[in-house]
Design a protein around this ligand. Structure first.
Ligand SMILES: [Zn+2]
Ligand SMILES: [Zn+2]
Length: 180
C-alpha cells in the first residue's frame, strides 16, 4: 500500500487554522478517539481564510471557512480548529458550525478560555470544554444528531453553562446508535 492510499484510510482530518496555543491538540484528538473510535490525522496548520473576516463584527464567518474546507476535497471528514472568534447565521458567535452533508466542521476554542471573560485561566475547564465540543462536533460529522439528554455530549449547548454540565460522554442511547 502506498503512503497516499494509507492516508485515504483515515476517517478524519484535523486542520488547525492559525496558531493553536499550547500543546493539547494531540491529547484532545486522542481523547476524542476514545469516545468515537476512529483513525485521524492532524494536518499542519494553515492560515485562516482572510475573506472570512467580517470587520464590523471582528469575527470570522464560519460558513466561509467551511466553503474553503470543502475545496480541500479531502477523502475524509474534516474538522477545522481555530482560536479565532467565529460566527454564523445561527448566532453572533458560535462555538462550532458543522455541515453534516459535506462532512466539514469548524470549531473555535477561544471562548472556552476563562481569560476570554476576564477570569483567571483554568486549564482543566478549558480542556474539558474543548474536549466536549470536539466530541460533539465529530459526533455530528459521523452522523449523530442532537440528543435530548442534557448530560449527553450530543446535547445542543450554545452556552458555557450547558457545555460545562454535559461532559464529553455519549448517553447510553447515543452509544447504542449504530454509527458509533
Ligand atoms: Zn450540535
Ligand atoms: Zn445522547
Amino acid at each position: 500500500m502506498t503512503e497516499m492510499e494509507q492516508e485515504d484510510q483515515e476517517a478524519l482530518w484535523i486542520v488547525p487554522f492559525g496558531v493553536i496555543r499550547g500543546d493539547y491538540l494531540d491529547k484532545i484528538a486522542a481523547d476524542m478517539a476514545r469516545e468515537i473510535p476512529m483513525t485521524y490525522k492532524i494536518l499542519p496548520p494553515r492560515s485562516i481564510p482572510r475573506q472570512a473576516y467580517d470587520a464590523s463584527r471582528k469575527k470570522y464567518n464560519a460558513n466561509i471557512i467551511l466553503d474553503q474546507m470543502k475545496e480541500m476535497e479531502a477523502p475524509t471528514s474534516v474538522l477545522g480548529i481555530t482560536e479565532y472568534d467565529i460566527f454564523s447565521p445561527k448566532g453572533d458567535y458560535v462555538f462550532s458550525e458543522t455541515d453534516m452533508v459535506l462532512g466539514v466542521a469548524i470549531l473555535s476554542f477561544l471562548r472556552f478560555r476563562q481569560e476570554f471573560y476576564g477570569l483567571k485561566p483554568d486549564d482543566y475547564r478549558f480542556y474539558q470544554r474543548s474536549l466536549s465540543e470536539t466530541v460533539h462536533v465529530v459526533g455530528h460529522l459521523f452522523g449523530h444528531r442532537h440528543c435530548s439528554d442534557p448530560y449527553c455530549v450530543m446535547y445542543n449547548t450554545p452556552t458555557l453553562v450547558d457545555l460545562d454540565r454535559k461532559g464529553h460522554k455519549f448517553c447510553f442511547r447515543c452509544k447504542e446508535n449504530k454509527s458509533l
